[in-house]
Write a protein that binds this ligand. Structure first.
Ligand SMILES: [Zn+2]
Length: 216
């Protein structure tokens, strides 16, 4: 099962990824993690990436593509993969499409999580984080027992600076502008499944499974 997952921050991409990985026994490959790992382990590609990062530049697509290709050829990807955070641009999508075909692991399904702006606002602005232990709460969905205090460690809960409506609008616009061409590209291949991610996680996952059953 070769899957890409896309969705704006707050759409529940992390939760769905966890469930997909468990259900289908495939690795979750986040390109951010992959990049950090390569740099940490000092691989050839990692060294190359680091030279750009140290110079304050973006790591070029070619380097990322090579990393992804290498990663997908590892034994744990035999049953497939769940790729997260990539491709982000049309150029990357086209390059990745070619690589995936070349190594015999073409994308079979793009899970596009879609969620209305109002629901995102609710999810994001209600989020509270414990700066001590990293626990995450939501004032409505998952409140701490004592308002403003972490259940785990007693830390004082905070709201992330970026968790405001204005920042959210900005992130959402950026997300839509950059991913639309990517989704259009995969739409032409007929592999996009749009999932309403505004529902409770359990229901969203049922829809995800239904979508994936078409390719399984
Ligand atoms: Zn805490």
């Amino acid at each position: 099962m070769n899957i890409l997952i896309m969705g704006p921050a707050g759409a529940g991409k992390g939760t769905m990824s966890e469930r997909i990985v468990k259900e289908y026994d495939i690795p979750h490959i986040s390109t951010g993690d992959m990049l950090r790992e390569n740099v940490r382990n000092g691989t050839e590609l990692g060294k190359e990436a680091k030279s750009y990062m140290d110079a304050g530049k973006l790591v070029p697509d070619g380097v990322i593509n090579a990393m992804v290709e290498k990663r997908l050829l590892e034994p744990d990807c035999q049953k497939g993969y769940l790729l997260d955070g990539f491709p982000r641009t049309l150029v990357q999508a086209e390059a990745f499409g070619e690589i995936a075909n070349k190594i015999g692991k073409p994308v079979e399904c793009v899970i596009a999580l879609e969620v209305g702006f109002d629901i995102l606002v609710d999810r994001i602005t209600g989020r509270r984080i414990c700066p001590n232990c990293g626990a995450i709460y939501h004032i409505k969905g998952h409140p701490s027992k004592v308002e403003g205090i972490c259940d785990e460690c007693g830390g004082e809960l905070q709201q992330r600076k970026d968790d405001t409506v204005e920042k959210l609008r900005q992130r959402m616009d950026e997300y839509e502008n950059s991913t639309k061409p990517v989704i259009d590209y995969f739409d032409k291949l007929g592999v996009v499944e749009r999932i309403d991610a505004g529902k409770p996680a359990a229901e969203v996952f049922e829809d995800v499974k239904k979508a994936l059953s078409k390719v399984a």
